[in-house]
Design a protein around this ligand. Structure first.
Ligand code: AMP
Ligand code: ZN
Length: 133
C-alpha cells in the first residue's frame, strides 16, 4: 500500500482530522489555499470519480456538506470553493479520490481559473460530441 491517503486513513501517517464516519475521512490539507482547507476522501481507495461507486460518492458529498457547514459556522467563512482534480492532467497529484473544500473570506484575493470565449459554431460542435441525452 503506497497511497499516502490510504496511509493517513489507516493511521500510519498523521493528519489533522476534521470529520470521520464509517466511509469517509476529512482532514486538513497540509498546504492550504486558505486556513481550514480540508480534504474529504473515501476510506476505500478509488483513483478518481469514474473509479468510485455511486454510494461512495453520495457518502463523500454528504460529508463535504457537513464539513462545509462547520467551516461556515465556525471559521466565519462566507462560503467555500469545492474542487476536485480528476486526472493528472487536471492537476491530480494524489491518486486517491478527494475533494478540496476551500474556505473563502471576503477580499481574500483567491483567483479562480481564467475563462475564454467560444469561437463561432464552436459551442455547438463541442455539444454534439459530449451531450448525453
Ligand atoms: P491534488 O493535487 O488534487 O491531488 O491534491 C493533493 C493535495 O494533498 C494537495 O493539496 C496537498 O497539499 C495535499 N497533501 C499531500 N500530502 C498531504 C498530507 N500528508 N496531509 C495533508 N494533505 C496532504
Ligand atoms: Zn488510497
Amino acid at each position: 500500500m503506497s497511497c499516502i491517503f490510504c496511509k493517513i486513513i489507516s493511521g500510519e501517517l498523521p493528519s489533522h482530522k476534521v470529520y470521520e464516519d464509517e466511509n469517509v475521512l476529512a482532514f486538513l490539507d497540509i498546504s492550504p489555499v486558505n486556513p481550514g482547507h480540508t480534504l474529504v476522501v473515501p476510506k476505500k481507495h478509488f483513483v478518481d470519480l469514474e473509479d468510485a461507486d455511486e454510494a461512495t460518492l453520495c457518502a463523500v458529498i454528504k460529508a463535504v456538506k457537513r464539513v462545509g457547514l462547520s467551516i461556515k459556522n465556525n471559521l466565519g467563512a462566507a462560503g467555500y470553493n469545492l474542487g476536485m482534480n480528476n486526472g493528472a492532467v487536471a492537476g491530480q497529484v494524489v491518486p486517491h479520490l478527494h475533494f478540496h473544500l476551500m474556505p473563502r473570506q471576503a477580499g481574500d484575493g483567491l483567483k479562480l481559473w481564467p475563462q475564454q470565449a467560444y469561437g463561432p459554431g464552436e459551442a455547438e460542435e463541442i455539444l454534439q460530441k459530449i451531450k448525453i441525452f
